[in-house]
Write a protein that binds this ligand. Structure first.
Ligand code: NAD
Length: 367
């Protein structure tokens, strides 16, 4: 994409002579061409995050909304008018399987409460559509495996909505780590949380959410730990703190601290909570230097610095970047720097289960 290239060149030139780090165009992966195939996506579950995704898609170079699936007829009416989706491409949860006969839809993006991801992913796969599914991909490992198997059987791709895997500051830290700028990695700290409101919402229902803060926001510390350290953890210990057992019922965690060990000898210390606002920080340290992301996984702008200076990378709308890059993955076989496939989602679920086991037993759990 011409404007992107010009933008990146401008950034490099503007920062010449300053103690800033620059990111080069190739680390962003895609330079779009006008003849790139457009990804036609149907959004399933028209709630808060779907709204953000829908708005972000309006700025995409190669993605458009061509279908809508919702249980609320009024939403279908409003959204179809707003995003110019014909009535024949609007479905409810009962008739959604007939999307298989709709040649205008390439992929279904599942954006419902967590426990519904499995069912809708499998139904979309059976309808012959690629699936993009929000994080966490499911509420347990077994369901995640079933989703991967269903997509394989239907010969469609399964991608998880890991938007940070396309975020330029994040990618720059990964590039620097790979080039040895921080030396041998020794330590990571991931702190992720917000203070949750309405006690009646699905995020506080074990049946719909599959857990509590760990499933929803702590997953960013788990996933981030893996891409920042660049290694898979081999053991975990964890401790839970619950100050409000009325709001955070059995099986819904309020705050969990967890620690990882890695084969290299690196260790990590993380915290996931539904009881602190503006908690969003990653810190990575190696033998030679550090990287700090603050904020690290919110909608941005993401800010990062290292012992060499501030990271000066393009500020992007995460969901716009994610969707354009996913079009490249689905149609052109592009390989992202950090994977976003079902297996990647499953790795996080395995760690989540191990953390819950470590909390329940008080013991170190091997991964
Ligand atoms: P939300 O409550 O705003 O929206 C959920 C939607 O699902 C609503 O439209 C609701 O009507 C629908 N729904 C269908 N069946 C339902 C049921 N049985 N109970 C409740 N709602 C039902 O939630 P959200 O914030 O949009 O989250 C949806 C998914 O997106 C979750 O998996 C969440 O983890 C994920 N998410 C991801 C990000 C990200 O940055 N990647 C951010 C927010 C949410």
């Amino acid at each position: 994409m011409k404007t992107r290239r010009a933008f990146l060149q401008n950034i490099t030139m503007a920062s010449a002579g300053l103690p800033f780090l620059t990111i080069n165009a190739s680390s962003l992966g895609n330079i779009y061409k006008s003849d790139d195939k457009v990804l036609r996506v149907a959004l399933l579950g028209l709630g808060g995050y779907a709204q953000r995704v829908a708005e972000s898609i309006q700025s995409c170079k190669r993605v458009k909304i061509t279908g809508l699936i919702s249980g609320t007829p009024d939403k279908l009416k409003t959204w179809s008018a707003k995003y110019n989706v014909p009535e024949k491409s609007c479905y409810n949860y009962q008739n959604f399987d007939s999307i298989k006969d709709n040649p205008e839809v390439d992929a279904v993006y599942v954006i419902t409460p967590n426990s519904l991801h499995r069912e809708f992913t499998i139904r979309a796969a059976k309808a012959g559509k690629h699936v993009i599914c929000e994080k966490p991909m499911a509420i347990n490992v077994k369901e995640g495996e079933e989703m991967i198997a269903a997509c394989k059987k239907a010969n469609v791709k399964l991608l998880i909505g890991y938007r940070m895997h396309f975020e330029p500051h994040t990618l720059e830290v990964i590039r620097m780590r790979n080039e040895g700028d921080f030396g041998q990695i020794k330590f990571f700290q991931g702190l992720c949380g917000f203070r949750i409101g309405d006690p009646a919402q699905w995020r506080l229902s074990k049946a719909l959410a599959g857990g509590g803060s760990l499933m929803d926001i702590g997953i960013y510390a788990i996933n981030g730990c893996r891409y920042m350290v660049g290694e898979e953890p081999i053991w975990v210990t964890a401790q839970e703190t619950k100050t409000d057992p009325v709001k955070f019922k059995e099986g819904v965690d309020e705050t969990i601290q967890f620690q990882f060990g890695f084969k290299s000898g690196a260790v990590a210390s993380c915290l996931s909570t539904y009881n602190m606002n503006n908690l969003d920080r990653f810190f990575l340290n190696g033998e030679k230097g550090f990287a700090e992301m603050l904020p690290s996984t919110g909608y941005g702008p993401i800010k990062g610095k290292t012992n060499k200076g501030e990271i000066n990378a393009p500020v992007v709308v995460h969901q716009t970047e994610q969707m354009d890059q996913m079009a490249g993955i689905l149609f052109d076989g592009k390989k992202p720097v950090v994977p976003v496939d079902g297996e990647e989602g499953l790795k996080d679920l395995k760690i989540i289960e191990a953390i819950y086991k470590a909390v329940a037993t008080g013991k170190k759990v091997s991964l």
